[in-house]
Write a protein that binds this ligand. Structure first.
Ligand SMILES: Nc1ncnc2c1ncn2[C@@H]1O[C@H](COP(=O)(O)OP(=O)(O)OP(=O)(O)O)[C@@H](O)[C@H]1O
Length: 326
């Protein structure tokens, strides 16, 4: 009888206190095998703390983390064998060349990769003999990525992977993430650069002030929490329409421009806007709505310091989204 494989990452009630400071507030999160999961949050939200608990660099105050069903605290050595890590703010070894860094990673993992091929893959061909301490920030980041790729890890953990990278480096990072998932790896990466998260992630988790306030696909998040612009062409358009629309819950603003009513509102409020206009005596000719940007979703979840009631939401329970409650 086939047994179900455990998920790549299973975080259960993870809580971390640094003295009086609560860095993580009992978060639950599952990342499935083969997923690209983007872990998003403003500075200080707790992304690195989560990653550090996953790698047993930090001990949780409460809760547990499993990686491929292996307890990250009890058996961190086994976990690390299967994980490639690009840490946030890594220091290179003084005097070691780029190749020696990669060789060190190969030895640590008991792997048999070709160090020069890995350096070539991350765009550091020709730099193998250089002492990595002299590398620029972006070059160091590429070197760390080469080290993370050693041994074809089942899980790649990338903490702020685009730090210091130029646009070509960012594109290369994306390509590598794609290639790695094509061979079956899972990718868990943290970022506060929305564009990159949007381009590569299957799902996104938004962390704010130690709380996981949303977990969903990009599309799901847009639909659930986005503040979008709705433009309604009405003829006639009674002058008190603006007041009627502005009085609705979840409407941020309303104005009339060139005979059109333009309103900024949370997704589910759109229907109410159209109803209110009709009630005010408007005849709706046409309307259009832009999809909310991930940026607006991010702001909606994090601007109030993550006041999401501590509940991770999905598109199925949009009513739990702050400011979007029906
Ligand atoms: N060793 C530590 N001792 C005390 N406080 C810490 C420690 N490590 C992290 N913190 C605090 O925990 C909170 C979460 O920090 P963390 O580094 O996990 O955030 P982050 O989301 O990774 O932020 P950034 O995007 O800035 O890297 C912050 O308030 C931080 O100051």
């Amino acid at each position: 009888m086939a047994t179900e494989s455990p998920p790549a990452v299973d975080i259960d009630g993870l809580h971390k206190q640094f003295g009086d400071l609560t860095a993580l507030r009992r978060i639950d999160l599952t990342v499935q095998r083969g997923e690209v999961f983007g872990f998003l949050g403003p500075n200080g939200a707790g992304k690195s703390t989560t990653i550090d608990c996953l790698l047993d660099y930090l001990r949780p105050t409460e809760g547990r983390v499993e990686v491929f069903g292996i307890d990250a605290q009890e058996e961190s050595g086994r976990v690390r064998q299967r994980v490639g890590v690009l840490p946030d703010g890594y220091n290179t070894f003084t005097e070691y060349t780029a190749r020696e860094h990669v060789e060190f990673a190969i030895e640590s993992k008991d792997a048999d990769d070709d160090p020069d091929a890995l350096l070539d893959r991350v765009g550091l061909a020709g730099e193998e003999e250089r002492v990595a301490d002299d590398f620029s920030k972006g070059m160091t980041q590429r070197l760390m990525l080469a080290m993370a790729l050693v041994g074809d890890p089942d899980l790649l953990v990338l903490d702020e992977p685009s730090t210091g990278l130029d646009p070509n480096g960012v594109r290369l990072m994306r390509e590598i993430v794609r290639e790695e998932t094509e061979r079956g790896a899972t990718v868990f990466f943290s970022s506060h650069i929305l564009d990159q998260v949007e381009r590569v992630s299957d799902r996104v988790g938004i962390l704010a002030d130690g709380e996981l306030v949303a977990v969903d696909s990009i599309e799901g998040l847009r639909g659930a929490g986005a503040v979008a612009e709705l433009t309604v062409h009405c003829d006639p358009l009674p002058t008190d329409s603006v007041g009627a629309v502005e009085a609705l819950p979840d409407v941020e603003s309303a104005k009339i421009e060139e005979g059109r009513l333009i309103t900024t509102c949370a997704g589910p409020a759109k229907v109410r806007v159209l109803d209110a206009l009709r009630d005010a005596g408007a005849t709706i000719q046409d309307f259009e709505s832009d999809a909310g940007s991930l940026e607006s979703v991010f702001a909606a979840y994090t601007d109030n310091g993550g006041d999401g009631g501590g509940t991770a939401t999905t598109s199925d329970d949009a009513a739990a989204v702050p400011g979007v409650a029906e």
